[in-house]
Design a protein around this ligand. Sequence first.
Ligand code: PEP
Ligand code: MG
Length: 883
Amino acid sequence: PQYVYRFGGGVSDGGKGDKNLLGGKGANLAEMASIGLPVPPGFTISTDMCAVYYDEGEQFPESLRTEVANGIAHIEGVTGKRFGVAADPLLVSVRSGARASMPGMMDTVLNLGLNDETVVGLAEKSGDARFAWDSYRRFIQMYSDVVLELDHGEFEEALEIAKEDKGFTLDTDLSADDLRALVARYKAIVEDQWNKPFPQDVHEQLWGAVGAVFGSWQSERAKVYRRLNDIPAAWGTAVNVQAMVFGNMGDTSATGVAFTRDPAKGDRAYYGEFLINAQGEDVVAGIRTPQYLTKAAREGASAKPLSMEEALPEVYGELAKVFDLLETHYRDMQDIEFTVQQGKLWMLQTRSGKRTAKAALKIAVDMAAEGLITEAEAVARVDPSALDQLLHPTLDPKAPRDVIAKGLPASPGAASGIAVFDSDTAEKRTEMGDSVILVRTETSPEDIHGMHAAKGILTARGGMTSHAAVVARGMGRPCVSGVGTLSIDAKARSFRVGGREVREGDIITIDGATGEVMLGAVATVEPELAGDFGTLMEWADKVRRLKVRANAETPEDCRVARGFGAEGVGLCRTEHMFFDAARITAVRQMILAEDEKGRRVALAKLLPEQRADFTQIFEIMAGLPVTIRLLDPPLHEFLPHEEAEFAEVAKAADVSVDVLKRRAAELHEFNPMLGHRGCRLGVTYPEIYEMQARAIFEAAVDVAEKSGAAPIPEVMVPLVGTRRELELMKIVIDKAAEAVFADKGRRIEYLVGTMIELPRAALKAGEIAEVGEFFSFGTNDLTQTTLGVSRDDAARFLSAYVEKGIYAKDPFVSLDVEGVGELIEIAAERGRKTRPGIKLGICGEHGGDTASIAFCETIGLDYVSASPYRVPIARLAAAQAAL
Ligand code: PEP
Ligand code: MG
C-alpha cells in the first residue's frame, strides 16, 4: 500500500476529493498545488498510517521509511536544499491534519532539520544570523514540548531571563549572540530533563515528530474534542511534512490568516490579520497585536500600524487574486493561512471557513446571486438550527456577564428581568411595567399566563420537552430548564445557587441558546430578519416536499406561525385554552360536578368560549388545515395543589372546601402520564369531547359562511391505543358534527384522526386506520412510552446516557430513529395498507429538529409540525432533506 502522497513543484499525488485519505489540510495543499498556487513542496502521510501505527504498537512499518525518504527527496529536488546538510539546509514543518478540522487539538513542529551544524549553514546562506539562531531556539523549544514532552515552563523562564538580563521586553530585541547563548541554555535544559542531548540527527528528529503527531490523535484533549464533535476515533489523522517558508526574515516577510469574506457578518470583503517579520504561531499567540489586511478595515478600526494593502501592496495584490481564485475554485468562503518570505507569497492552508448564522445566510444568498453556486446549493449550505440565532434577540457578545449556573438551552433567545417566583406575580409585575423572568421548580399548565407575561423562563427541573420548554418554544420565550443546581424557595421568594442568593426583584439574565444563567442585566441585540432570510426561505420552499405546519393554540401564536410561513396548524392543544382566568372556574365546576348533568351545565358555559377560540384560529388559518386535539391532560392538573388556594377556588366554584379536597384526592395519580388522560377522558366523560367537537364545528361553519374560505378542521384524539377507543370517540365527534350541520343548514369537510403516541397504537395502526382518517405522530409521548423514560424527569440522567454513548443525542430532542423511528415506520406502513394515502404528520417537538425532519422525509410523511419560531427551521430542514 501507498502511504506517502507528494505535492508542490508541479506534482500533486492527491486533491481536494481525498480528504478521507489525506486529511483536510493535506487534500487542500495538494489541490492548491495542482491549480498552480504557490505551495511549499511537501508530502502527506495518509490517515491509513494512523491506524497502522497504533495496530503495530506505535511503530512504523519498514516500507514507510523508503516512502518518506522519497518524499524528502521530492522536497529537496524542488527546493534545491538538502535535509541535514549544512551548506544549504532544508527545514520542514510537521503538522497534523484530520478529515474534520480540529483546531489547536493536535501537534505541530516547525523548523525541523536544524542542529548545531545546519544552523551555521542557515545563518550563512540567509545572511541573517539572528534569524537562524531564532529559528533554532524556537525549534528546540517546540520539539522539547511536543515530541520529548519536557516541561516547557523552564524554556519560557530561560527566555524571560535572557530578555531581563538585557532589559528587553520583546523577543525581537534579542541579538544573534543573545539567541546563540539561549540555545546553549535550552540544550542544557533538555539534557537535564531528558538525560540525553538534544537530537542532532535530522532523521531522528523527523521520525520523532511524525510519531508525536500520530500520537497526539489519542491525546486527552483530542479525545474530548472528538466526543463533543461526533468525530469517530477510527478516522485517524494524516501527517504533513512540508518545506519551511519564513515570515521572519525581515520587513519584506510576513505571516497571516485570512477569510475571503467577513465570517461574522458575511460581507464581501477580505478579512484577516497579519504580522510583519513573524512566524505563524506569533499571530495566534497574541504576543504582538496583529495588523489589518486591508486599508478599509484599518481605517474602520482607526488602527495605527499599516495594513498589508499599504505596507506590502504588491504581495497584497497577489494575495487578493489568490483569494478570488480559491473562492471560485472551492465555491465557498475560505479560511486561509499564508506566509510571505522576502516578498514571495506562499500558501500554507485553505479550508471552508467557519461562520456565524448571519454570515452563513448572507454568503449563501450572495454567492447564488453571483452565480458561484446554485440556489439549491445555497439552501444546502445553511444549517437550519443556526437560524434559531437569527429569530430571537441574543446577548451582545461583547457585554460582560456573571454566570451563576447552567441548565438546558430549552428555548433560544436571551432575556433580562427581575426574578419572580409565581405566575400571578409575573403577570402583576409585567402590568406594572417590569421585565420579568419567571423562576419555577417546574411549570404546569397553570403557569401559562405567567409564562406569557414573562420575558423568559427559568426552571430547576425538567428536560427539553418539559412543559416549560415546550410552551416557551411555542411562545418564542427564551427558556433555561433543568438547572439542577438551583435551589428554589418559592415561599421565601428566593433561590440559591453556588453560595449566592437571588431574591424576588433582583435582576437576572438567561440565555436560552446556551443554558447560561447570569446575575444582573446583560445587553442584548435584536434579530434582523433581513432580505437574505426571506430569499433563502423562498428558495427552500421551491425544493421541499414536506409541508410545514405549526403547533399553535393562541391567535397570537397562529399569527406568528403564519408570518413564518406555516401551512396550517398541526397541533392545537386545547387544554391550554382551559387555563384562561375567565374559564378555569367553569372547568373546575365541570371537574367537581357529581354527575353528567352537572358536568353538562359547566360545559355549556365553556362552549361559547371554545367556539370563540376556534373561530379566531380558523380565520387566521383561512383555507388551511387546522388539527385540533381534544382534551389530553389528567383533570387534576386543573385543580389547586397548594393548601392556600383551596378556599378561594372552592368559593369561586361554589363548592365546599371539603368537597374540593375530596375530589382532588380522588383524582390524585401516582403516574399521571400513564393515568386518566387522553382519550381515556373521552371514554369516561364523552360529554367533554362532545362539547369540544361542537365548538369546533360551529366555529368552522361560521367562518366558512362569513369568509368563504372554509377551514379544514382535523379533529384529533390523543393517546389512542386501540381501534375501539377511536371508534367510540369518532361516534361522539360525528354525532356532534351532524347536529351542528343540521342546526346551521350547512356542511363542511372535516377529518377525524388520531395521535400515535403509544407503541400499541403504532403496532395496531392497520386496524386503527380503519377508523382514523389521519395519523399524527406525537413523538414526545411516543418517545416516553417506547423508551420508558419520563419526559419530565429525564434531565437528571439523560446527559450521562448521551456522554456514555447509549443514545447519540437526547431522544426528546432528536428522534431515536432506530427505536421510535422503527415504530413510526411500522405504523406508516400498516396505516397506508389499510387506507392508501392516509395523511401522516408529526407534531412532537421532533417536528422542528433537522435530523428528525430528514427521517420524516425518508419515510414520506406528509407534513411536520413545529412551534411557531421553529417553522422557518423546519422549512429549511425539509428542503435540505428533499435535495
Ligand atoms: C406528543 O406527545 O408528542 C404531543 C405532541 O403531545 P403533547 O406534547 O401535548 O403530549
Ligand atoms: Mg402527547
